[in-house]
Design a binder for this molecule. Structure first.
Ligand code: AMP
Ligand code: GLY
Length: 424
């Protein structure tokens, strides 16, 4: 086959999706919309934004695109899948209705409650007085979540009543993120892990699990970010717990979506926590995780495009995995996740890219640009260096050897990715 594939998005995740797509024996051309200058070194980037759905439809038709893969949630919530399907174009991602599993915490929580999918107990409030009363009855620690998009700042894990009350006031009285609802939920304790699955209606094909590091600085300090690094495998999570999560969470969720009239196709991402009573859901996403994808797709041995096409055709299959460990370290712009300067030179990219294969590293571009032949930062997360090794310790060593050569005054990275999972 000679398939043309279109990938929507512009970050390290989409670079990894394109990189994996390029290994498929079925593929002839790969386009990324809009991509970034780093992705453009190896793939054809086209200048159409993720949410410009009509232009993307036109491009897909004119260029005989056989399959479109969607990266970011914004495109999904904008209804890109609905429009592509209406136009008879093959696309891998959930409809706008199914993407609510990520877009609306209330939708996700009510689905889990109704179908008995293990998650924290919760209640939804739009009124401060009622919320406060519930808070007082439950006590702390407790978790308060704004129901909607809040740029990663909508979750407060409150250890004290003052902290919890302040969060409620900001969200329900001062409308810090707009006028909306709040989910108050039980605090869960245990190690977290990310379990993604290729899903089409009731069929669920789990990917290897990964762990993400969300805080900006070493030792899990500092503000929450999109993710400062990830690794796979995750030794602290036993395979029995993963199997349990697939059987008690991922498969029942796919079935529930079908039953409730919002069947899910695409990547279902479970942000899970392994509690003393088994795995429970913290959140669902309706797409590939970032930066988990940058380590999980390299670990995948099977042809991803073949897997997706067979899945959409309802064929049975099993996914194969490499034995190796993969560990990714994100280089971010100083100041991220708040404000940061753009356009500052990063040295060493060309040299490190040339060494890649020999040194057991893969370099994905999250937010770079090329200006007058020089690489500069053009986003919060700039690069992710993925180390490959027979053990996590070796994967980490390979990642950090390269990371050090790319660092600059304007970039920072965590030095403890993999953390306690790795015994040296
Ligand atoms: P979320 O945006 O829902 O993924 O939450 C962000 C982070 O807050 C998670 O990765 C957890 O570390 C933490 N968190 C969210 N919900 C809970 C909970 N119910 N119990 C404990 N920690 C939580
Ligand atoms: N790494 C978490 C996410 O993609 O939302």
């Amino acid at each position: 086959m000679n398939l043309n594939i279109l990938i929507i998005g512009r970050g390290g995740r989409e670079h990894a999706i394109a990189w994996k797509t390029a290994q498929s024996k079925l593929v002839s051309k790969i386009f990324v919309a809009p991509g970034n200058d780093g992705i453009a070194e190896s793939f054809t980037c086209i200048n159409i934004n993720e949410t410009d759905t009509e232009q993307l439809v036109r491009f897909a038709k004119e260029n005989n695109i056989h399959l479109t893969i969607v990266g970011p949630e914004a495109a999904l919530m904008n209804g890109i899948v609905d429009l592509f399907q209406k136009e008879g174009l093959k696309i891998f991602g959930p409809t706008k209705a199914a993407a609510q599993i990520e877009g609306s915490k209330q939708f996700a929580k009510e689905l889990m409650q109704k179908h008995r999918i293990p998650t924290a107990d919760f209640q939804v409030f739009d009124n401060y007085a009622n919320a406060k009363q519930y808070l007082l009855a439950k006590g702390t620690p407790i978790v308060i979540k704004y129901d909607g998009l809040a740029a990663g700042k909508g979750v407060v894990v409150a250890m004290s009543m003052e902290e919890a009350d302040q969060a409620l006031q900001e969200m329900l009285l001062k409308n810090r993120f707009g006028k909306g609802k709040v989910v108050i939920e039980e605090f869960l304790a245990g190690p977290e892990f990310s379990l993604m699955a290729f899903v089409h209606n009731e069929t669920v094909l789990p990917l290897a699990i990964a762990q993400d590091h969300k805080r900006a600085f070493d030792g899990d300090r500092g503000p929450n970010t999109g993710g400062m690094g990830a690794y796979t495998p995750v030794p602290i999570i036993p395979q029995t717990a993963v199997d349990d999560a697939v059987n008690s969470i991922m498969i029942p969720t796919a079935k529930a979506m079908v039953e409730d009239g919002t069947p899910f196709t695409g990547i279902l991402y479970g942000g899970l926590i392994l509690t003393k009573t088994g795995p429970k859901v913290i959140e669902f996403n309706a797409r590939f995780g970032d930066p988990e994808t940058e380590v999980v797709l390299p670990k995948m041995k099977s042809d991803m495009i073949e897997v997706i096409l067979k899945l959409l055709d309802g064929e049975e299959q099993t996914i194969e995995w490499h034995e190796n460990a993969f560990l990714g370290v994100v280089l971010a712009s100083k100041g991220y996740p708040e404000s940061f300067e753009k356009g500052i030179e990063i040295k060493g990219i060309e040299a490190e890219s040339r060494k890649q294969k020999a040194e057991n590293v893969i370099l994905f571009h999250c937010g770079t640009a090329k200006k007058e032949e020089k690489w500069v930062n053009n986003g919060g997360r700039v690069l992710i260096v993925v180390g490959v090794g027979d053990t996590l310790a070796n994967a980490r060593k390979n990642a950090y050897l390269t990371t050090e050569n790319l660092s600059s005054d304007n970039l920072f990275y965590r030095t403890d990715i993999g953390g306690q999972a790795i015994e040296n």
